[in-house]
Design a protein around this ligand. Structure first.
Ligand code: HEM
Ligand SMILES: N/C(=N/c1cccc(CO[C@@H]2CCNC2)c1)c1cccs1
Length: 361
């Protein structure tokens, strides 16, 4: 076990220290110290510099991410010293405020105590720190169908929502395998964007909105063999995530038929391309509303161009770009981007962000 950990640590330190321009002697000294730590504890602790580089490199290695041009500007908060759920909650509020920044979103990650020898000190049960509840009654869903399972779990743990289609779910924080603690997200810290359309006044009558900052809180950050199982990270949205998936998928808010009808189309005739028109207007409304409210967002054409720049910068640095084509192409007008006409090696390099088992069933 510790041999395997040392090998991962060695590969990481060599890559990290080379990129950070450290001397061979610094590298050697550090590896001797780590080898001793692993011998004694079957674990080793990253310096902040190593942790910061690891989180950035993990983003750079995220094959499914179109937003990687900005990998080196990630803001890293080190919360490895926190043990109590109240302090962790306060750290998450600080992350939310810092990342939101009045709408000028800052890419940020908060890193809590990692797993050691099979012991899990902190888990966040939420998929994202901000997400809407889904209530299932008699086969119908109010809110986000994708949240039904987690909403049910929250209710089992004593939470009660208002029952609207846009209730922000509580934070569920578990420390040292104990019973999780639930915290209501302070509403005045949640920036939301009501959706309206630049040309169609009827659009606001749909009473749609979305939260401004996507903060993934259920993925594991792996750096040099150390598993940070609680490491929530945020960027800003690409508009298609909201307009072509969250509000459009039949198994999500399923808004396309409604938008298609308001647009005056016969939604029972595919060849009218009503679904495509509805998609474009829904995404137009998302972009217009976020921009008018000064909340960071990127359209899928600009995001693809930024990704092209990322590819060029990476090869200029002598690094191979890896990617997952099936996720990198945007869900609308994919062939209008260079990505569609390219191919990508889906090899997963470390450090990286990984899916992990849900801490609840
Ligand atoms: C700064 C703006 C960013 C934009 C516009 C962006 C955009 C995206 C999009 C559109 C996806 C696909 C999501 C989906 O289809 O559900 C994605 C995936 C991903 N992004 Fe980014 N991203 C950004 C920043 C970040 C940051 C800061 C990190 C981590 C530090 C990150 C890590 C990832 C990962 C790990 C995935 C794959 C998730 C999965 O496999 O489920 N991204 N990104
Ligand atoms: N814009 C974003 N989009 C996402 C990035 C990663 C994951 C997700 C959501 O993934 C869900 C699981 C699979 N599809 C939906 C969305 C970001 C979230 C956090 C940093 S950037």
């Amino acid at each position: 076990m510790s041999e395997e950990l040392y090998n991962k640590a060695k590969v990481f330190i060599q890559q990290c220290y080379s990129e950070l321009g450290k001397t061979e002697d610094e590298k050697t000294q550090r590896l001797i110290y780590i080898q001793d730590e692993i011998q004694k504890y079957n674990h080793y602790e990253h310096t902040f510099e190593e942790l910061e580089y690891g989180a950035k490199a993990a983003w750079r290695n995220s094959n499914r991410c179109i937003g990687r041009l900005f990998w080196d500007s990630l803001n890293v908060f080190d919360y490895r010293h926190l043990d109590h759920s109240k302090d962790i909650k306060d750290a998450l509020v600080h992350h939310l405020d810092y990342a939101t920044n009045g709408g000028k979103i800052r890419s940020t990650i908060s890193i809590f105590k990692p797993k050691t020898n099979g012991e899990t000190p902190v888990r966040i049960w939420n998929h994202q720190l901000l997400r809407y509840a889904g209530y299932e009654e008699d086969g119908r869903v109010i809110g986000d169908p994708a949240s039904v399972e987690f909403t049910t779990k929250c209710k089992e743990l004593g939470w009660r929502g208002e029952g609207t289609s846009f209730d922000i779910l509580p934070w569920v924080i578990q420390v040292h395998g104990q019973e999780p603690t639930l915290f209501e997200v302070p509403k005045d810290h949640v920036l939301e964007v009501p959706l309206r359309h630049p040309e169609y006044d009827w659009f606001q009558e749909l009473n749609l909105k979305w939260y401004g900052v996507p903060i993934i809180s259920d993925m594991k950050l792996e750096v040099g063999g150390i598993e940070y199982v609680a490491a929530p990270f945020n960027g800003w949205y690409m508009e298609t995530e909201i307009g072509a998936r969250n509000l459009a998928d039949e198994f999500r808010y399923n808004m396309l038929p409604t938008v298609g009808e308001y647009l005056g189309y016969n939604v029972r005739r595919n060849a009218s391309l009503w679904k495509d028109r509805a998609l474009i207007e829904l995404n137009t409304a998302v972009l217009h509303s976020f921009k008018e409210d000064g909340v960071s967002i990127v359209d899928h054409h600009s995001a693809a161009q930024q990704f092209h720049l990322f590819e060029q910068k990476e090869s200029a640095c002598g690094r191979d770009v890896t990617g997952d084509w099936t996720w990198l192409i945007p869900p609308i007008s994919p062939a209008s981007t260079h990505i569609f006409h390219s191919s990508y090696d889906d090899t997963m390099h470390s450090p990286n962000y990984f899916y992990q088992d849900k801490p609840y069933e």
